[in-house]
Design a protein around this ligand. Structure first.
Ligand code: DSN
Length: 415
């Protein structure tokens, strides 16, 4: 990618972009919410569409000169419909959190009740954490995973819903590795007369490719982000039935946002087109196979994989049994020193703190984009286990760094 104009104008920023490009090339990106967008997506996001204000929707904008913004947004919407089969799609949310905010504002009033998965069990800030707008504006109660199995406790969810009588139930998670039974959660929502909001931010790509069941047509609203497993331009998306279309559109604009980020909408359109190619199904299958291999390899090394494995791109490891003195934060730091980039993460039944939790979370979306296969993932799992067993050992660090360099060289990025 050519950043010659940035370099001529602002060498400090050009250097940071070049350094970040090298960092992505020379490390293993295993943060489960990240991916490597194609050059085409990056180019579209860096386009002159950033200059355009286009408040409103295609054909009904508040400003003049929106004819090409309309083309881009129509394409993004049409392709999203093809990918996920939704009746109505809004591609303007700036992020997954904004998408959730728009849905809440479309059908809830401040003070209404939301039932969602607790953050340390795999939920998300925007599902009602007290530090987030959702926790501040709404009355929030949580359901949990079964601490023994790591699987969603659907019966507990139903019992809490009966007691709490929520106005909305949020499903969809940011650190839950297993397949979600959307119908079962929807039945609970129906029984208590609550809206069902399924936030598929992490698994948008897996759902689009059919390797994870879809909540579209099951839940009342499906929200997500567009840059994780679906690998399109950065931002959010809302999908719903026609009956909620106006409420959602009005909530996104003018409810919670002003002008859409049209360069990001263009990145979404381009990424969605890429995801409609049959090769994307192969990619998504590879993502899940790689995550399974990683989970098995880590388990073979004696690590405790939450729920015993994965059905998605996420592998969540509880370090407390195998490495009681190693926190997730220290594990993250030790791995980063070798070029393996993932995050410390809370785990069900957390006994440390969100700032220095007891687990690590790894994802396989970005490495699969680079062409990593199951054999590579076995190697990566071996390397992670080596570092966790000797986080302060300089010789281990050097050897693992060298192996990471070799893996990166074998799978070049952004050439
Ligand atoms: N930060 C994202 C994640 O890592 O799951 C979600 O917003």
């Amino acid at each position: 990618m050519d950043y010659s104009h940035v370099r001529a104008t602002d060498p400090a920023v050009a250097d940071a972009i070049a350094d970040e490009t090298d960092r992505q090339r020379e490390t293993l990106s295993m943060i489960a919410s990240e991916n490597h967008a194609s050059k085409a997506v990056v180019e579209a996001q860096g386009s002159v569409l950033t200059n355009k204000y286009a408040e409103g929707y295609p054909g009904e904008r508040y400003y003049a000169g929106c004819e090409f913004a309309d083309v881009v947004e129509d394409l993004a919407v049409e392709r999203a419909r093809d990918l996920w089969g939704a009746e109505h799609v809004n591609v303007q949310p700036h992020s997954g959190s904004q998408a959730n905010m728009a849905v809440y504002f479309a059908v809830l009033d401040p003070g209404d009740r939301i039932l969602s998965l607790e953050l340390e069990h795999g939920g998300h800030l925007s599902h009602g954490h007290p530090a987030n707008f959702a926790g501040q504006l709404f009355d929030v109660e949580h359901y949990r995973v079964d601490p023994e199995t790591g699987y969603l406790d659907y019966e507990g969810l139903a019992a809490t819903a009966d007691e709490f009588d929520p106005d909305a139930i949020v499903s969809g998670f940011s650190a839950y590795p297993r397949r979600v039974d959307w119908e079962r959660i929807d039945a609970v929502a129906d029984a208590v007369d609550a809206y069902h909001v399924a936030d598929i931010a992490h698994i948008t790509g897996l759902v689009a490719a059919g390797v994870h069941p879809s909540p579209v047509g099951v839940a009342d609203f499906v929200t997500g982000s567009t840059h994780k497993t679906i690998r399109a331009g950065r931002g959010g998306i809302v999908m719903c039935g026609e009956e909620h279309a106006d409420a959602v559109d009005n909530a996104v604009f003018p409810g919670v946002q002003g002008g859409p980020l049209m360069h990001n909408v263009a990145g979404k359109a381009v990424g969605f087109r890429e995801a409609l190619d049959p090769s994307f199904t192969e990619y998504a299958e590879g993502v899940v196979e790689n995550a399974r291999t990683l989970a098995e390899t880590l388990a073979d090394h004696g690590l405790s994989v939450v729920s015993g494995g994965t059905d998605t791109h996420i592998v969540l490891v509880d370090l407390r049994d195998s490495h009681p003195d190693l926190s997730g934060g220290d594990a993250e730091a030790a791995l980063e020193r070798t070029g393996i980039v993932l995050n410390g993460n809370t785990v069900p039944g957390e006994t440390r703190s969100p700032f220095d939790p007891s687990g690590i979370r790894a994802g396989t979306a970005a490495l699969t984009t680079r062409g990593f296969d199951a054999n590579d993932m076995e190697t990566v799992g071996d390397l992670i286990a080596r570092v966790l067993d000797a986080p302060e050992d300089a010789a281990v660090r050097d050897e693992v760094s060298e192996a990471v360099d070799e893996l990166c060289a074998a799978h070049p990025l952004y050439e």
